[in-house]
Design a protein around this ligand. Structure first.
Ligand code: LLP
Length: 438
């Protein structure tokens, strides 16, 4: 049994798996599969652990902002807002959902490598906690939009939009290439190496229309080493010192690693939190400046383990070479991660948890692509049509990246509490979707 990958409320009785006291087989029958379930208690406990670790490691002010891209259905967003989190949004859609969910503007910051005029204008109008500027080009574009607004209204300095600069240190972290964002050749951020970052700091500080309050960097996602975060922070402070700039806010982004399989290393959260906190303190000591507000931006770390995907087995067959294929009723339309990054998962049979995994199979979806794997080459207990399968650690970057490929309907998602089930998103009805009827 792989309990360490499951939500904290997972329990097993008579071989049947339950989450928050809800039998997964019963949920699958009631709500149909594919189905995603989120455990409220896991989200709360993981957040509490992160808050505690941060408070113990860092004496200055802090903020935890959830990276909405990991999963942000409106009702899920409301739960997070009620927990007092901030949120990092990257689109007008995420911004509008954040607002509706109850995040106040000073809890929201806007990211994006190519923010539209509409996104920037909305951020200016709401006076967000920060707009994270991603390039010199955007810095000038944003300044022109801010200038326009200030001509209409009052030009007081405190009315200037607060900005951070997203700095690219030129560091390559050990993760899939598509998840690296801090290296020299990335599309994200303002590079230090050729002087653009220094120029951006000077430009922003001299602008009467912008208020530069912070620096940010994000090296990538599913990163298991703390070393590159420390190195990046040292580079950010070296840059700030050279420009005689004191950041009031500082963010090393998110990206901390989550386990998807039992054989993956279990790296304590503190490895990351303590390293980041210590690096910022050491750099501030060295510069003789006050500690900034330290803003962490976890997405996966808060959402992945809380979520479990449920599928029903359909066709099982052998190909000519003897390979065993087990196909389920979802796949790459609700979980693109194996196809996009070669991501590995663990499958369990939630109604027969005691059965040993003796059969070697390719677990695949139902979509018309040979790359539609959920798990290539894994071991399962022998399964047949109608059996239920569960994939732990499915809460982040599944439904938020889901598509209607083959005109599949996006699955329902539930929020589970002891004795309570709330529908976060209903099973999509594609024939009633607005675009279909237009
Ligand atoms: N901050 C920024 C600026 C980001 O771009 C991201 C993720 C995060 C924070 C949160 O990273 P996390 O803590 O969730 O790793 N679809 C990929 C992950 C893409 C991450 C994009 N940016 C995957 O499924 O692995």
């Amino acid at each position: 049994m792989k309990h360490e990958l499951l939500p904290v409320t997972a329990s097993c009785s008579g071989g049947r798996l339950a989450i928050a006291g809800h039998d997964l087989g019963a949920l699958a029958r009631e709500f149909a599969t594919p189905l995603y379930v989120y455990d409220g208690e896991t989200v709360r406990q993981d957040l509490a652990a992160l808050r505690q670790a941060l408070a113990a490691a860092y004496p200055g002010p802090t903020e935890i902002t959830y990276a909405a891209k990991a999963y942000f259905a409106p009702r899920f967003a409301s739960k997070l807002a009620a927990l007092g989190l901030g949120v990092d949004v990257v689109s007008l859609g995420e911004l509008r959902v954040a607002q509706r969910a109850g995040f106040s503007p000073e809890k929201i910051h806007l990211h994006g490598n190519n923010k539209s005029a509409a996104e920037l204008r909305a951020a200016l109008e709401l006076n967000l906690q920060a707009i994270v500027v991603d390039s010199l080009d955007e810095l000038m574009f944003l300044e022109s939009l801010a200038r326009e607004r200030q001509h209409e209204g009052s030009p007081r300095p405190e009315s200037c939009p607060k900005i951070w600069l997203r700095i690219t240190p030129g560091l390559t972290v050990d993760t899939h290439a598509y998840r690296q964002t801090g290296h020299h050749t990335t599309k994200f951020g303002i590079p230090i190496a050729d002087g653009q970052a220094a120029e951006a700091i000077r430009y922003a500080r001299n602008s009467p229309h912008l208020n530069l309050v912070g620096l940010h960097t994000h090296l990538g996602s599913q990163v298991y080493e703390a070393g590159p975060y420390v190195e990046a922070l040292q580079m950010l402070y070296a840059l700030a010192r050279a420009e005689n700039f004191t950041p009031l806010e500082l963010s090393p982004g998110g990206g901390w690693y989550v386990r998807y399989t039992s054989d993956a290393p279990d790296i304590p959260l503190n490895t990351w939190v303590q390293s980041v906190a210590a690096a910022v303190q050491a750099e501030c000591d060295r510069s003789g400046i006050p500690l900034p507000r330290l803003v962490l931006e976890p997405g996966r770390w808060l959402a992945a383990r809380a979520g479990v995907a449920l599928y029903t087995v359909g066709t099982c067959k052998n190909s000519g070479d003897g390979t065993r294929w087990v196909a389920v009723d979802g796949g790459m339309a609700d979980n693109l991660r194996p196809a996009l990054y070669g991501a590995r998962y663990t499958a369990i049979v939630p109604e027969r948890m005691e059965d040993p995994a003796t059969e070697r199979v390719n677990l695949v979806g139902k979509f018309c692509e040979s790359g539609d794997f959920l798990i290539e080459n894994t071991y399962l207990p022998p399964v047949a049509r109608g059996d239920l399968l569960a994939l732990p650690a499915s809460g982040a970057y599944h439904l938020s990246m889901a598509s209607n490929y083959n005109l599949a309907e996006r699955p329902a998602a539930l929020w589970l509490e002891e004795g309570e089930i709330e529908v976060l998103q209903p099973h999509e009805d594609i024939l009633s979707a607005a675009w279909w009827n237009s």
